[in-house]
Design a protein around this ligand. Structure first.
Ligand code: FEO
Length: 396
């Protein structure tokens, strides 16, 4: 496996082939925790890995340089998937200095007993000489946590971008052009939707600042390193942060005795009668929150359905909408639908979620008592057309 980015700059991280649950994110293709080693007059390790994989990281480093020769550990992000192995690195590398911003120092103090650790606090515009090479820093708050930071090596034109541009994607190769790009881009989109969709504004600001950098390689903390498709991932991020919408209708539902399912299928039939739209249908219980966050990212219109259970919506749908309420998919239009029996509640509560997420509600909730007959299904087909026409309008 080629792990050399440029002469003297190597990947030394851990490929996590088998992880399938990353704090609730379904990582169907695994992940990687990328660390990088720069060997110059000074030796710098950029980011670490999850705590259980500390020894693998140290083995990778010691294969290239004696551990006592490592001078700096740059911490771009304090989340434990990268910072969890810091204590093991400090123990193995006597004299190592942590390089991070002030917010990161605060976060590390809250995560660890930092007694005896040596820190070099840096901020945007600061530079650290390694000899022939240097590192400069750009604080990137909320991409992904408040203490997040980019590190840039101008002499090698490498941007160490931490979570930004990452993918939960385990692979045998380290570079974008060695892996199937459609899969890599799918995982990059899933990563954006599930990890940083909420932070579109700070990311847009950072993209503006980073656009001034001369870049040969973008080296994120997860997934492949970008070298041949840098414009493609930058263009994708530019679309995502600007809330770009495809002419896409998304219908998601839960069902007990197939009444809400019939309504969902009639909505889809109606939407499909309008040329030029992409229509996607999901039962939330045969999908998952990770997929549905990705699906809503570029949808223009969304219909959300559940039967009433115990005077409210069903729990799997509540999980999806609670997740969306946090991620805040922006500039969507849609409505609620569902069946009920002797008491209503699901459509009302779904609509409240949609209001909280700031959906533009394009019609009142579509409801039926017990089982939809022809006239309700006709109404659903009309509502599906409305979804499609609105999707075309919003995506044009
Ligand atoms: Fe990969 Fe926000 O940590």
């Amino acid at each position: 496996m080629n792990t050399t980015l440029k002469e003297g700059v190597d990947w030394v991280g851990y490929v996590d082939w088998t992880v399938r649950d990353f704090h609730g994110y379904f990582t169907n293709r695994g992940s990687s925790y990328n660390s990088y080693l720069i060997r110059d007059e000074k030796v710098a390790l950029i980011d670490a890995v999850k705590a259980p994989y500390a020894q693998v990281l140290l083995d990778h480093v010691s294969a290239l340089v004696p551990l006592e020769k490592v001078d700096y550990l740059v911490i771009n992000h304090a989340e434990p998937d990268h910072a969890g192995s810091i204590p093991a690195v400090i123990q193995a590398c006597p004299g190592i200095e942590i390089v991070c911003d002030a917010r990161c120092r605060d976060a590390l103090d809250a995560h660890f007993d930092t007694t005896g650790w040596t820190f070099k606090i840096v901020g945007s515009g600061d530079s650290l000489s390694l000899g022939k090479r240097s590192l400069s820093f750009l604080e990137t708050p909320m991409v992904h946590w408040p203490e997040s930071m980019f590190t840039y090596c101008p002499e090698e034109k490498i941007l160490f971008s931490m979570d930004a541009f990452g993918q939960h994607y385990a692979s045998a190769h380290r570079f974008d052009d060695e892996e199937p790009m459609d899969v890599v881009m799918e995982e990059a989109k899933t990563y954006y939707a599930n990890i940083v969709m909420l932070y579109a504004k700070p990311i847009a600001r950072v993209l503006g600042q980073a656009s001034e950098l001369d870049i040969d390689l973008i080296a994120p903390s997860h997934g492949v390193i970008w070298r041949s498709h840098i414009d493609r991932i930058k263009d994708a991020y530019a679309k995502w942060v600007s809330h770009h919408k495809e002419p896409k209708v998304l219908v998601i539902y839960d069902t007990m005795w197939q009444s809400t399912e019939k309504m969902a299928q009639a909505l889809v039939d109606g939407a499909l009668s309008v040329p030029g739209v992409n229509v996607r249908l999901f039962n939330v219980r045969s999908s998952n929150v990770t997929i549905l966050a990705t699906e809503v990212l570029d949808a223009a219109t969304v219909a959300v359905g559940s039967p009433t259970l115990n005077q409210t919506l069903m729990p799997a749908m509540a999980a999806v909408l609670t997740y969306w309420k946090g991620l805040k998919p922006a500039e969507k239009a849609g409505f609620a639908f569902g069946s009920y029996g002797w008491a209503q509640g699901a459509a009302r509560d779904i609509e409240q979620y949609l209001k909280d997420i700031k959906f533009d509600l394009i019609r009142e909730p579509l409801q039926v008592r017990f089982v939809p007959k022809k006239e309700t299904l006709d109404e659903c087909r009309e509502a599906g057309k409305l979804l499609a026409e609105k999707a075309l309008e919003l995506s044009s």
